[in-house]
Design a protein around this ligand. Structure first.
Ligand SMILES: [Zn+2]
Length: 309
């Protein structure tokens, strides 16, 4: 396997989209395996070891799931279905497990399933430049820059190393995936350099600070670089919006996830946003489009688990 073959496989992971929901399960399993490999020199992991941390990653950075039971075994899907060109999955006796077994915890635990990235993949990832480029590819294709940073911290990958690796592989970079120049400035101007949620408009001298253009439907998920798919948000509310702590209703009122908790007055100030209207953009700019609001609501906002225990 060559580097380019590895990158092509990573860029083309098959995703079973259930009801049109984004499915970052495989990228998150891979990023967790990369972290394991970087730390220990081996990517071998039993399902028992991987279940809790990988399910947690999918719960934190994937779309919401309907039940608590399902949330605890979300690692099973990518563990079973990760492409066999990359992944070797065997039972306790060393017999290969195919991708046709049920993607369920009892089957995987019962058979003592152990997975490992194939030797040629590990061999390539032993080069820090390849590892960094592979991780960047997955992060850019499936998440937002803010989430990329949080995921790296969670799986133990060094973000600074990844930044240095930018030039290693550009083969799969689709030009249309690059952000449109001037997009951020246009969004910030449309909102007069104020956070659309809290009104923050801090500046250092004449320069606005900690105010950012946030996509509503993510750029990596085909969200257009248009003011109607964006909000100016302060750095805090941008991060909480990408994480799904904050959401928006179709009437453009602010939602706060029931899963959010805070004890301090500063933390609780987020709760106080619930039900408030978004700041409207300046005249001649259209407000955020309901189509994109619905996408964020279904794919990102952290809904309360029905029947949670
Ligand atoms: Zn704000």
């Amino acid at each position: 396997m060559t580097r380019d073959e590895l990158f092509t496989l990573l860029a083309g992971l098959r995703q079973a989209r259930v009801a049109g929901k984004r499915a970052p399960h495989k990228p998150l399993l891979l990023l967790w395996l990369f972290g394991q490999f970087a730390a220990t020199g081996s990517s071998a992991a039993s399902y028992q070891q991987a279940e809790a941390p990988v399910s947690q990653l999918i719960n934190d950075f994937g779309p919401p799931v309907a039940s608590v039971v399902a949330s605890r075994q979300r690692a099973a899907m990518p563990f079973v279905h990760l492409e066999r060109e990359l992944w070797d999955l065997r039972d306790a006796d060393g017999i290969p497990i195919g991708s046709d077994v049920p993607e369920r915890r009892p089957q995987l635990l019962g058979r003592g399933a152990v997975g490992r990235l194939r030797a040629p993949v590990e061999h390539l990832l032993a080069d820090p430049g390849v590892m960094a480029a592979a991780a960047r590819l997955l992060l850019e294709q499936h998440f937002t820059p803010i989430l990329a940073e949080l995921i790296c911290a969670e799986v133990g990958l060094d973000m600074a190393d990844l930044d240095l690796a930018g030039s290693v592989w550009k083969g799969g970079l689709d030009r249309s995936k690059l952000r449109r120049r001037g997009f951020a400035e246009e969004v910030l101007r449309a909102y007069a350099y104020r956070c659309a949620m809290c009104g923050f408009d801090g500046a250092l001298g004449r320069h606005p600070v900690a105010i950012e253009a946030a996509h509503v439907r993510w750029h990596s998920q085909d969200g257009p670089d248009e003011v109607t798919n964006a909000l100016a948000l302060c750095a805090l509310h941008h991060a909480l919006f990408d994480l799904g702590v904050l959401g928006i209703t179709e009437d453009r009122l602010i939602l706060v996830s029931e899963l959010y908790v805070a004890k301090s007055p500063a933390g609780q100030a987020v709760d106080a946003l619930a039900g408030k209207p978004l700041l409207a953009p300046r005249p001649r700019h259209s407000p955020v489009d309901v189509v994109h609001v619905s996408w964020h609501h279904a794919q990102v906002f952290k809904h309360y688990h029905l029947g949670a225990v």
